[in-house]
Unconditional design. Structure first.
Lengths: 536, 305, 306
C-alpha cells in the first residue's frame, strides 16, 4: 500500500506549473494581436477522425483539435487536460477527475460518458481503427478489436459525470503519457450520430481542443480557429492556425524563405549546416525518442552466425556517420534504448570506447572464426527504401565493410511499400529500419526484439529477453521495473540482432517571432496552444 | 460527323472497362498494400480494416462491387483519405489541373507553332538554330531543375511573385504554366518545324511558288494545314499529360491537382483513388483523342472514317 | 542491321515518288549526306556527340579515381580542384564527381540509344500497321494504345520489377515499353494520309503484299517525322530512367546515370552547386546535340527535298 501511495500522481502541483500563460515575449516585445500561425505540415492529413489518425501530419492537427484526459506541452511534460487530477488506485486501475468547466467547441459540457463513447467506438471492429496500439494497453482492448468481446468490456467506466475509472491490462506507468495523444480524446456523440462519416467536415466537427476546424481543402489548406469554449482559452494566444500540406521538402523550404510559411517541419536532407549558419536563430534541431538502425535477418543463412552480426556492427564508425556523412546533430547509438526514454537505462557496447583499429582487429578475428577470409570473403546484400538519407547511410555502411573487413556488398533500393513488404515478410538480409516511440516507455523499443512481436522484423527470439520483459511488465516499483527492462535490452543487444546507428533528430525552421519551439521536446508534439507570436 | 462521334463515345466504353480491369489486376499484384506501414499493424487491426474495405472478399466480388458502384457514378471511398470519397477528391483537384494544364496547352500550341514556322522558313540559318535552341530548352533541361530555379529567381530573390499556398490567381499560375509550356513547346516546335519543311518541299507548294504567290500566302493558305497534321496527332496525349499527369510541376508548385493525387494514391496503394483517377485519365484520353481525330479529319480531307 | 541489297532498296524508296529515278549520278545516300551537311548545327552537334561519347567510354580508364570509393578523411564535400584530379570536386558522399559523371554517361548513352530504339521500333511498326490496315484492326490496336496511356506508370514499373527482376536489360525493355505510345499515334496518323497517295495505290495495283507496302513504301516516307519524334523521345527516356531508378528498377547505387546525378544535384544545389552544374551541363549539351542531329537527319531523309 505504501508503494502505491508513492506511485500515485497528485496532479495538483503539476497543475500549478501549467497555469502559466503561454507568453514567451522578451522585454520590450509585445504579443501580436489576432495572430495567425502558418505551419508547414509535410503532407495531407489522412483523416481528422480520431479513430483513423495515424501519421505525423494528422497528429499535428489532432493535437490542436482534440484534448485527452492529459495534455503534453512542448517540453513533452504531461499536464492535466480534460482531467484536472488523477490517481493510480491499484496496480492496474486509475481514477481520473474531469474538470467541470471543460466544454466542446459548441459549448456543450464534456462528461465522462464522452470518453467512454469515444473509446468504445474506436475499439469496435466495425470502426476498424488504423492505430490500435494505445488501446492494446487498456483492459480487453486487444480482444475487443479482435472481435472476441463486446465493446462494453473495455477497461473504461464512467463512475459519475466527471469521474472515470480506467483499467489497464498490465501495470502501465506511462498511462498519463499515452492519454495525451489525440487518438485517446473524447468524441461528441450527438454530432457524430447526426453526420455519420461526414462528422469531421468543416461545419460538422465538434471538437474539444484549443482550436476548432474552420476550413479544409485537400492538398491545399486546413484552417483552425481558436475555440472560445476551450477551458484554458484565456491562455491561448494564437488566434488562427493554417496547416499547409505540401509534401516536397524543397518546396516547403522555399515557401518558408519566400515568407509564406512560419515553420518547416523537416528541412531537406543535406541542408542543415547551411541553414544553421545562414539563420542560426530560426533553426531548431529536436532530438526525438527514435532509433535509426539496420535490421539483420537473424534467420538468414549468413546472418544467423552471431560472429558475423557482431563484426558488421563493430566496424561502423558512428562518429563519422553522424558528424560527416549526415551532419544533422544525430547522436551515435550503441544500444536499443535512446537517451531520454523513460523506464530503462541506456546501455552501450564495451567496444564503443575502443580505438577503431582495435575494433577492426576484433571484428576481423570474429569473421575469421566464422570462416571468412581473403580467399572466401563475406558477401552481403543490403536493402533500403528510396530516400536520400537511407542511400547515404547504406553507401557508408558498404564502404566501411569493404574497406575495413573486405566484405563485398551490394545494395538495392525499393519503392517504400515494396520495401515494407520485403522487410515485414523477412525477405532480406540487411535492411534499413527505424523506430520512434508512440509513448514514452522502454517497452516501445523492446517490442522490436520481443519474440513474435508485430514490430520484430529481425526474426530474432530470445526467451530470456522475453522473460525479463514480462517480469518488468508485472512489476510496479518503477526502479525495479526499469532494472528488468534495462537488463532485457542489454541481453538482447549482446546477441547483436541489429546494428543500432544513431538517435534521430528533426531539424526544423521556425520564424523568430514564433516562440515556444526552441526547447528539448523528445516526444516531438508541438501543440499550437503552447506557442505564441510576438509583434513583428 | 455526329454519328461518328457517338460511335466513338460508345466505343470508348469497352476501352474504359479494359482499363479498369487491367488496373484492378495490377493493383492486386503490386507488392505492398494500403495498410502496410513502417509500424506494422496488428493482425486484429488488419482484419478489421480489410473487412471494412471488403478486401477479405474474393477478388471477383470486389471487382463486381466496384463496377456496380461505378455504374452509379460512385468511385468509392478513398483508402488513404478516410474522410473523403474519391468523387470529392477528384472534383476538388480537377479545376486546378484543368486550369493549369489547359492554359499551358493553349499557350504552347500558339508558341510552338510560331517557333516551328519561323525555324522552318529560315531553315539552316542562325535564326533557325537560335529559335530551336529556345524551343528545345524545355526538353534539354529537366523540369526539376527549371522549376526550382524559377522559384528561386522570381519568388525568393526578386520577390516578384508569391510562393505559398497555391491558388488559381495569375500570380500563382504564371510559373507552373510557364514550365509546362516550355516542356510542351519543345515537342510541338520541333514537330512543326520538321513537317512544315517537308510540306514546303512538296510539289504543290513548288507550283504555288512558281506562280509567284507571296510566301505569307503560300504558308498560311496552302502549307499550314497539311503541316499541322503530325502536330495535331500529339496534341491528345500532350493534353492528357499536361492536365492529368503533370506530377513534377504539381508537386513542385504545391498545386492540389490530379497528378499529385495520382502519385500519392499510388504511393499509398490507395486502390480506389488510383482506380478513380485511372478512369478519369482513360476518359480524358478517349475524349481528347476524339477531338484530335475530328480536327484531323477537317485538316485532311483524304481521311475518312 | 539490314542487308546491303535491302538497304539499297530502302534508300530507293526514300525517294518515294518516281522523281528518284530522274536524278542521275547521285545516290540517295550521297544526297542525304549533302543535305545533312547543309545543317551546320547538326554537323557540329554530331562531332560534339562523338567527342562526349569517346570521353565517356575512355575517360574512366584514364583517370586515377574510381566512381565508388568514398574518402571521408578529406572532411566535407568540396568543389572542383586540381588536387588529386578531382576536377569536378566530390559528391555528397565524398566520391569523385568527374569519374561518376563519365560512368553515368555510359549508362545514359546506352539508355538513350537502346531505349529510344525499342520505342521507335515498336511505335513505328504498331502505328504503321494500324494505320494501313484500318477498320477493326486499327480500332483495336489504337484502343490498346489508349489503354496503355491510362495505366499508371508507377504501378507498371513496380510490377515489371517484381515479376522480371532488376537489371539493365529489364530497364531498357521497360523504358521502350513505356515510351512507344506517342510514336505509334504519330505514325498511324501519317500512314492514314499516305495511304491514299498515288504511289501506294500503284503498289497495291501491281499486287505488292501489304506487309511490304507498309515497310518498303510507307515507313520510309515517314522517316522524317519518326526521326524528329525519336529525338523528342530521347530526353523522355533518359529522364524516365531516373524515375525508374527511384522505384528500384534499373541503375542501382553506387552505379549511376546522368538522370540520377542531375536529380541528386538538384537536391543539393543550395549547398553544392557543382553537383548539379557538371552533370546537368553534360546532359544538356548531349540533349541539344541530339535534337540538332535529329533535325539534320530529318532534313537529310526528307523524301521531297532535292
Amino acid at each position: 500500500m505504501k508503494q502505491q501511495r508513492m506511485l500515485s500522481v497528485l496532479a495538483a502541483s503539476v497543475a500549478l506549473a501549467l497555469a502559466l500563460p503561454a507568453t514567451q515575449a522578451a522585454a520590450g516585445e509585445k504579443m501580436a494581436a489576432n495572430a495567425t500561425l502558418v505551419r508547414g505540415n509535410g503532407a495531407e492529413v489522412e483523416s481528422l477522425d480520431i479513430s483513423q489518425i495515424e501519421s505525423q501530419p494528422a497528429i499535428n492537427v489532432g493535437d490542436d483539435l482534440y484534448e485527452g484526459l492529459t495534455t503534453r506541452d512542448t517540453h513533452s511534460r504531461i499536464l492535466p487536460g480534460v482531467a484536472e487530477s488523477w490517481k493510480q488506485t491499484g496496480p492496474t486501475t486509475w481514477v481520473f477527475h474531469l474538470r467541470k468547466d471543460a466544454k466542446w467547441s459548441n459549448g456543450d459540457a464534456i462528461t465522462a460518458a464522452d470518453f467512454v463513447f469515444s473509446w468504445q467506438r474506436t475499439v469496435d471492429p466495425k470502426t476498424a481503427t488504423q492505430y490500435g496500439i494505445f488501446f492494446e494497453f487498456v483492459k480487453n482492448g486487444k480482444a475487443i478489436m479482435g472481435g472476441k468481446q463486446p465493446v462494453t468490456d473495455l477497461g473504461i467506466k464512467a463512475v459519475d459525470a466527471h469521474t472515470l475509472e480506467i483499467t489497464t491490462e498490465t501495470p502501465t506507468a506511462f498511462l498519463p503519457d499515452m492519454l495525451a495523444n489525440p487518438q485517446m480524446a473524447p468524441l461528441h456523440k450527438a454530432s457524430f450520430e447526426k453526420f455519420g462519416k461526414d462528422y469531421t467536415k468543416p461545419g460538422n466537427l465538434v471538437s474539444n481542443g484549443a482550436y476548432r476546424l474552420k476550413e479544409w481543402v485537400v492538398n491545399s489548406r486546413l484552417v483552425l480557429e481558436k475555440n472560445p469554449y476551450y477551458w484554458n482559452a484565456k491562455n491561448v494566444q494564437i488566434a488562427k492556425v493554417v496547416y499547409n500540406p505540401t509534401e516536397s521538402e524543397e518546396s516547403v523550404l522555399k515557401m518558408y524563405q519566400a515568407g509564406q510559411l512560419d515553420s518547416v517541419d523537416r528541412t531537406p536532407p543535406g541542408m542543415y549546416q547551411k541553414l544553421v549558419s545562414d539563420s542560426p536563430k530560426e533553426m531548431h534541431n529536436n532530438r526525438i525518442l527514435g532509433l535509426y538502425y539496420f535490421s539483420l535477418n537473424n534467420q538468414d543463412a549468413v546472418m544467423k552466425d552471431k560472429r558475423v552480426r557482431q563484426a558488421l556492427s563493430m566496424v561502423i564508425d558512428r562518429d563519422i556517420l553522424t558528424q560527416k556523412v549526415l551532419g544533422e546533430g544525430q547522436v551515435p547509438m550503441y544500444g536499443l534504448i535512446v537517451p531520454g526514454t523513460a523506464g530503462a537505462a541506456v546501455s552501450s557496447y564495451d567496444w564503443s570506447k575502443w580505438p577503431m583499429a582495435k575494433r577492426v582487429a576484433a571484428a576481423k578475428a570474429l569473421l575469421a572464426q566464422a570462416g571468412y577470409n581473403a580467399g572466401h570473403p563475406l558477401a552481403i546484400k543490403l536493402s533500403y527504401n528510396t530516400s536520400d538519407l537511407h542511400k547515404k547511410v547504406s553507401l557508408f555502411l558498404l564502404s566501411e565493410w569493404k574497406s575495413k573487413l573486405g566484405v563485398s556488398g551490394s545494395m538495392e533500393n525499393q519503392e517504400f511499400k515494396v520495401f515494407l513488404k520485403t522487410r515485414h515478410d523477412g525477405n532480406y538480409q540487411i535492411a534499413r529500419n527505424g523506430w520512434s516511440v508512440d509513448y514514452n516507455d522502454a517497452t516501445s523499443f523492446l517490442d522490436l526484439v520481443r519474440c513474435g512481436s508485430d514490430q520484430n522484423d529481425l526474426k530474432y527470439c530470445n526467451k530470456k529477453v522475453d522473460a525479463l520483459i514480462s517480469q518488468g511488465d508485472q512489476t510496479i516499483n518503477p526502479a525495479k521495473r526499469a532494472g528488468f527492462m534495462t537488463s532485457a535490452a542489454k541481453l538482447a543487444m549482446e546477441d547483436y540482432p541489429m546494428i543500432p546507428l544513431f538517435q534521430y533528430t528533426y531539424p526544423r525552421m521556425v520564424k523568430p517571432w514564433v516562440r515556444g519551439w526552441n526547447v528539448p521536446n523528445p516526444m516531438d508534439h508541438y501543440k499550437t496552444q503552447f506557442l505564441s507570436i510576438v509583434q513583428h | 460527323m455526329l454519328s461518328y462521334t457517338l460511335k466513338r463515345i460508345l466505343g470508348a466504353i469497352p476501352t474504359v472497362f479494359v482499363v479498369i480491369t487491367v488496373c484492378f489486376v495490377m493493383l492486386q499484384l503490386t507488392p505492398g498494400g494500403p495498410f502496410d506501414r513502417e509500424r506494422k499493424v496488428s493482425p486484429e487491426v488488419l482484419a478489421n480494416l480489410q473487412a471494412k474495405y471488403h478486401l477479405n472478399e474474393p477478388v471477383y466480388k470486389q471487382f463486381g462491387f466496384y463496377l456496380n458502384n461505378l455504374l452509379h457514378g460512385d468511385l468509392g471511398a478513398s483508402f488513404r483519405y478516410a474522410d473523403w470519397s474519391v468523387n470529392s477528391l477528384v472534383a476538388n483537384a480537377l479545376p486546378y489541373s484543368l486550369t493549369v494544364g489547359g492554359t499551358a496547352m493553349l499557350l504552347s500550341i500558339v508558341i510552338g507553332v510560331l517557333l516551328g514556322i519561323t525555324a522552318a522558313l529560315k531553315q539552316n540559318s542562325l535564326v533557325d538554330y537560335f529559335v530551336m535552341f529556345l524551343g528545345n530548352f524545355g526538353s534539354a533541361v529537366p523540369s526539376f531543375i527549371i522549376g526550382p530555379v524559377m522559384i528561386l529567381v522570381f519568388c525568393i530573390w526578386a520577390k516578384a511573385l508569391p510562393f505559398g499556398e497555391f491558388s488559381l490567381t495569375p500570380a500563382y499560375l504564371i510559373l507552373p504554366v510557364a514550365l509546362l509550356t516550355l516542356i510542351n513547346v519543345a515537342t510541338l516546335g520541333r514537330m512543326m518545324r520538321g513537317s512544315l519543311i517537308e510540306v514546303m518541299h512538296s510539289n504543290f507548294i513548288r507550283t504555288a511558288k512558281a506562280k509567284g504567290l507571296p510566301l505569307r500566302v503560300i504558308v498560311l493558305r496552302h502549307a499550314l494545314k497539311p503541316a499541322l497534321l503530325p502536330v495535331v496527332t500529339v496534341l491528345g496525349p500532350l493534353a492528357v499529360s499536361s492536365v492529368a499527369q503533370a506530377v513534377v510541376t504539381e508537386t513542385m508548385f504545391a498545386i492540389p491537382g490530379v497528378g499529385r493525387l495520382l502519385v500519392n494514391g499510388a504511393i499509398n496503394r490507395d486502390y480506389t483513388l488510383v482506380l478513380g483517377l485511372v478512369v478519369l485519365v482513360a476518359v480524358m484520353t478517349v475524349l481528347f483523342n476524339l477531338i484530335v481525330d475530328i480536327i484531323y479529319a477537317t485538316l485532311d480531307p483524304r481521311i475518312r472514317y | 542491321m539490314f542487308s546491303k541489297a535491302k538497304r539499297q532498296e530502302m534508300a530507293q524508296n526514300l525517294g518515294g515518288t518516281l522523281e528518284a529515278a530522274v536524278v542521275e549520278g547521285r545516290s540517295p545516300w550521297k544526297d542525304a549526306r549533302i543535305r545533312f551537311k547543309r545543317n551546320r548545327a547538326a554537323v557540329i552537334s554530331l562531332v560534339l556527340l562523338a567527342l562526349i561519347g569517346l570521353l565517356v567510354v575512355v575517360g574512366p580508364w584514364l583517370l586515377p579515381n574510381t566512381f565508388d570509393d568514398q574518402d571521408w578523411s578529406a572532411g566535407q564535400p568540396y568543389g572542383p580542384t586540381m588536387a588529386g584530379w578531382h576536377l569536378f570536386g566530390t559528391d555528397d558522399q565524398m566520391r569523385d564527381l568527374l569519374v561518376r559523371v563519365l560512368m553515368g554517361g555510359r549508362i545514359t548513352f546506352l539508355v538513350g540509344i537502346v531505349g529510344s530504339f525499342v520505342a521507335v521500333v515498336i511505335g513505328v511498326s504498331w502505328g504503321a500497321i494500324a494505320g494501313f490496315m484500318g477498320g477493326k484492326v486499327d480500332a483495336l490496336m489504337m484502343r490498346f494504345v489508349d489503354v496503355m496511356y491510362a495505366l499508371p506508370f508507377m504501378l507498371f514499373a513496380i510490377l515489371l520489377m517484381t515479376f522480371f527482376g532488376r537489371d539493365l536489360f529489364q530497364m531498357f525493355i521497360a523504358l521502350g515499353l513505356l515510351s512507344w505510345l506517342d510514336m505509334a499515334r504519330i505514325v498511324r496518323g501519317q500512314t492514314l494520309s499516305l495511304k491514299s497517295k498515288e504511289f501506294i495505290e500503284a503498289a497495291h495495283a501491281i499486287g505488292v503484299s501489304r506487309l511490304s507496302i507498309i515497310f518498303r513504301h510507307i515507313v520510309p516516307n515517314l522517316l522524317g517525322v519518326v526521326v524528329v519524334y525519336a529525338t523528342v523521345t530521347i530526353p523522355n527516356v533518359i529522364l524516365t530512367e531516373s524515375v525508374l531508378s527511384f522505384l528500384g528498377l534499373g541503375v542501382q547505387e553506387p552505379m549511376t546515370s546522368w538522370g540520377v546525378l542531375v536529380e541528386n544535384g538538384a537536391q543539393h544545389m543550395d549547398v553544392a552547386v557543382w553537383m548539379l552544374l557538371f552533370p546537368a551541363a553534360f546532359l544538356m549539351v548531349t540533349l541539344y546535340c541530339a535534337n540538332y542531329v535529329g533535325d539534320g537527319l530529318r532534313d537529310a531523309l526528307d523524301p521531297k527535298d532535292r
